[in-house]
Each structure stands twice: as structure tokens, then as C-alpha cells.
Design a binder for this molecule. Structure first.
Ligand SMILES: [Zn+2]
Length: 229
């Protein structure tokens, strides 16, 4: 006989309120998944309530998190959106939610998903994506670092896209705030000293968050970079 293990399906159900949406989730699973939820649930228990509120978060991001929590696997939903603005918006909101809930594993799974997809497609984020990300979350996160490196690469290797007819450069200068523009200028100067390859070819761990004792299931060890001239 197998040893008896606690199972979340036997736990009580609580309501997670995100914006106008309500989600029924197993209490034990929420507690095990997120230190933030664990603390919130403790307070709610003391107050005799059966729901927790996630303030200023997006239902679409919450649905990706809940799906991930139950399946222990990240759906491709954030990447399957055609429009880049909406795609990076959902990625950024999901990443921000994972940060808010203190779930570094979800942040890292999100980074791995993006990097795997870019590695296959040989695509990267544009400077517009960087601005879209900045509008959701002005932080020095692994996601920001990745999108930043990716978008500077896009700018420096496809100058035609930014400098010809469509006026992309002008659009960017009117959309980005000063702090971000200064970061972009700095990035371009760094690129001129030593350019970099597609960041999805870097070590994934460069963009991970390993706080809260989160392990690195994807990292396959350091890779020596060969600088092809
Ligand atoms: Zn790692």
C-alpha cells in the first residue's frame, strides 16, 4: 500500500476574486503554491471569510496562473496572441502577478517559454514591446532584462525598420518616457562596444529569479559563448 499523502482535492474551496471575476480554488493548493496566498488565507480564516482578493491584477493573467497551478505546466496562451502589444501585455501582467503572489517558479517558467519559442523562431521583441512592458511594470526584472536586450538587438540589426518611411523611431520617441529612453540610449552605446546575440541563446538562468529557494529545472549548465567575427 502506498503511503497516505495529503491531496488538495480533499481540501476546502475558497473564492479568489480578481477584478470582476471569481475563481473557485482549493485552499491547500493555494497555500502550497503561493506564500502570499498562504498569508492572505490565514487572515481570512481568522476573520471567518472564505475568499481572497488580488488587488490590481488582471483576470487573464490570473487564469494563466490558476491553470499553471493545477497542471504544474505553463500553457502557451501568453505566446499565442497575434498582436505584439497584447502578447507582451499579457506576458507582463502574468509575470507581475507571479511576482505579487511570490511564485518565482511561474516567472521562470514564463521566461523559459519565451526563450524556447524565440530560439525556435529566431525572433525577438521590438522596442515597441519594451515600451509596452515598461507601461505595465517598471522593474528591473529578468523579463525586463530579456526584453531590453532583445529589443536593442532588434534596433541595431534591423535599422531599416526603425529609420525608414513608417516613422517607427518617431513613434518610439513620443511613446517612451525619459527614464526608458535613457536606458535605450545606454543599451545602444553598450551594444557598440560589445554587441550581443539573440538573448534566447544565453543561459536561461541569466533571466531567472531564484528567490524563495526556487530550483532551476531548465538550466543545463554554463555555456561558453563563441564570438564569431
Ligand atoms: Zn535558473
Amino acid at each position: 500500500m502506498a503511503e497516505d499523502k495529503p491531496h488538495f482535492a480533499l481540501s476546502g474551496v475558497v473564492t479568489v476574486v480578481v477584478g470582476l471575476r471569481n475563481y473557485a480554488c482549493h485552499r491547500d493548493l493555494l497555500e502550497a503554491s503561493s506564500p502570499f496566498c498562504a498569508a492572505k488565507l490565514k487572515d481570512c480564516w481568522n476573520e471567518g471569510k472564505n475568499e481572497i482578493h488580488l488587488d490590481d491584477q488582471e483576470p487573464a493573467a490570473a487564469e494563466i496562473w490558476i491553470d499553471w497551478m493545477y497542471k504544474n505546466f505553463l500553457s502557451r496562451a501568453p505566446l499565442s496572441i497575434d498582436t505584439e502589444t497584447l502578447r507582451i501585455g499579457l506576458i507582463a501582467k502574468t509575470y507581475k502577478l507571479a511576482d505579487y503572489l511570490i511564485i518565482p517558479d511561474l516567472k521562470n517558467d514564463l521566461m523559459d517559454l519565451i526563450m524556447d519559442q524565440h530560439k525556435k523562431s529566431r525572433k525577438w521583441f521590438t522596442l515597441h514591446a519594451l515600451i509596452d512592458l515598461w507601461e505595465v511594470d517598471e522593474s528591473d526584472s529578468g523579463l525586463f532584462k530579456y526584453v531590453f536586450r532583445s529589443s536593442i538587438l532588434s534596433f541595431m540589426t534591423s535599422p531599416k525598420f526603425y529609420l525608414t518611411g513608417s516613422g517607427e523611431l518617431k513613434k518610439i520617441s513620443t511613446r517612451a518616457d525619459t527614464t526608458l529612453l535613457l536606458k535605450v540610449i545606454e543599451g545602444i552605446m553598450v551594444w557598440n562596444v560589445k554587441s550581443w546575440d539573440l538573448p534566447s541563446d544565453d543561459k536561461k538562468c541569466d533571466y531567472h529569479d531564484h528567490s524563495e529557494g526556487s530550483s532551476c529545472k531548465e538550466w543545463d549548465g554554463p555555456r561558453d559563448k563563441v564570438n564569431n567575427q
